[in-house]
Ligand binder design. Structure first.
Ligand code: MTE
Ligand code: CO
Length: 437
């Protein structure tokens, strides 16, 4: 598999001067053989022949005492990470209360989205609810209508699951062509969190769903009174009523103190500030935004009940907000892949706009209906790249091209755009959102 021509041994002069400066390069050359089969050049870019004051001189942070243990009772990221924040696109919505911001995917790694960086989508702003004042009601076609306090809910058996939440409108601006310049904006309406909660089935069993009860209407306690119709099979299958995210209480933005988790299904159904479930015998079309959460086809008909989020992926680095800074040579491409149907089996990466594909390396836990992290480690020759990723899930679903999606659904859609994204990476490492036909 390894081709001798591609092996570049670490330069002897570099190694020698590095040793002089007291730096050990142990294992670097060996580590370079990891990855997708390619042999990788040295990753050390600095000029090793000159003394580097950052290594030869003692710096302030190495000399003076730092802050003590109580300076940050609830810890914050380093001040040097201040650019890593959720961002909105001002012109997308009329005001900030019925709006959306985006997860900075290009600045993250692994599979977990830190709580403070989970994108937010609200229709009536963030409700502030004391847990002691919060109630969850189950009514409608049940034997015993019930009202639960937060304490009641925590007495049911708890479970932990890692799931992605993707808004159906994620990548919606890209239906008609490349639009927003950064994966934060094109793909950042997704987050991936470990939820702690109880199976909705336990609560419904306690209330006793009548045989005629086929649909569920969850309702939020926010001013938007958010509601959606959910088939009872899904509710009894894997839905959770969650109160913790990544170990701590839900953030107010994510529905504190209680939210519905609908694994693999579009984010709109994951009702936040969850206060009520009504059990009915049919969907509540008249009450919800059915006209919004459908996909308008070219012939004027609409796709409805498109709840499952299809297989999708995006390269997060490099991308327009995260150019390649180190020039050609050893390079790591990384990104995320997910499917509402299950796990990700394989991700392919192309550097030439989809003509040739190589299999990326999946790393990290592979949970069903969770994002997966992939890497492609290779030697960049410094030439322009048209970077794409293509995910395949465990059911054999393959992420389509944007043009294939348009052929199937026309150009009127906003929702459920899982098409393949292209970044044009120039020789200087900068990247741009483009489409190639
Ligand atoms: N739940 C309530 N109560 N109110 C809302 O506005 N927005 C929905 C859903 N649940 C919403 C809600 C939409 S459209 C999405 S995409 C997700 O919440 C976003 O969840 P997040 O804010 O945790 O990212
Ligand atoms: Co949404």
């Amino acid at each position: 598999m390894s081709d001798d021509k591609n092996i570049e041994k670490p330069k002897v002069s570099a190694r020698r001067s590095a040793l002089k400066a007291g730096l050990k390069l142990g294992g670097l050359a060996a580590a370079g053989t990891a990855g997708s089969g390619a042999i990788i050049k040295s990753a050390v870019a600095a000029d090793q022949s000159k003394p580097d004051p950052l290594i030869t001189e003692i710096q302030d942070w190495n000399r003076y005492m730092g802050d003590g243990v109580d300076s940050n009772p609830y810890g914050l990221p380093s001040k040097f990470e201040s650019e890593v924040v959720r961002r909105d696109v001002a012109w997308l919505t009329a005001d900030a209360k019925s709006s959306v911001n985006f997860t900075p995917l290009h600045a993250l790694d692994g599979i977990i989205t830190p709580n403070g960086l989970c994108f937010e989508r609200h229709h009536g702003g963030v409700a502030q609810i004391a847990p002691s004042d919060h109630r969850l009601m189950i009514n409608g076609l049940v034997d015993h209508p019930l009202v639960f306090t937060m304490e009641d809910i925590a007495r049911f058996p708890r479970e932990n699951h890692t799931y992605f939440l993707e808004c159906a409108a994620n990548s919606g601006m890209e239906w008609r062509g490349a639009q927003l310049n950064g994966c934060q904006f094109t793909h950042g309406m997704v987050h991936n969190v470990v939820y702690t909660g109880v199976k909705l089935k336990h609560l419904l069993d306690e209330a006793g769903v009548k045989a005629r009860g086929k649909w569920l209407l969850p309702e939020g306690a926010d001013p938007a009174h958010m509601t959606r119709s959910i088939p009872i099979e899904k509710a009894l299958d894997d839905c959770l009523v969650a109160f913790k995210m990544n170990g701590e209480a839900l953030r107010p933005e994510q529905g504190y103190p209680l939210r519905l988790v609908v694994p693999g299904w579009e984010g709109n159904m994951w009702v936040k500030w969850l206060r009520r479930f009504e059990v009915g015998d049919q969907p509540w079309h008249h009450r919800e935004e059915t006209s919004k959460y459908t996909d308008l086809l070219a012939d004027g008909r609409a796709r409805r009940f498109t709840w499952e989020m299809d297989v999708k992926s995006v390269i997060t680095n490099p991308s327009p907000q995260a150019p390649i800074m180190h020039g050609k040579g050893r390079t790591v491409i990384t990104g995320l892949a997910w499917s509402g149907h299950g796990t990700i089996k394989r991700v392919d990466v192309s550097t030439d706009g989809g003509r040739n594909w190589v299999t990326a390396r999946l790393d990290g836990p592979s949970f069903s209906k969770s994002v997966h992290r992939f890497y492609y480690d290779f030697d960049w020759d410094g030439r322009d790249m048209y970077l794409q990723s293509r995910a395949i899930d465990n059911h054999g679903n393959i992420q389509p091209t944007k043009n294939a999606l348009r052929l199937a659904r026309g150009e009127n859609s906003i929702y459920h755009n899982n098409g393949i994204q292209t970044w044009h990476v120039r020789g200087d490492g900068s990247a741009e959102n483009v489409e190639i036909s």
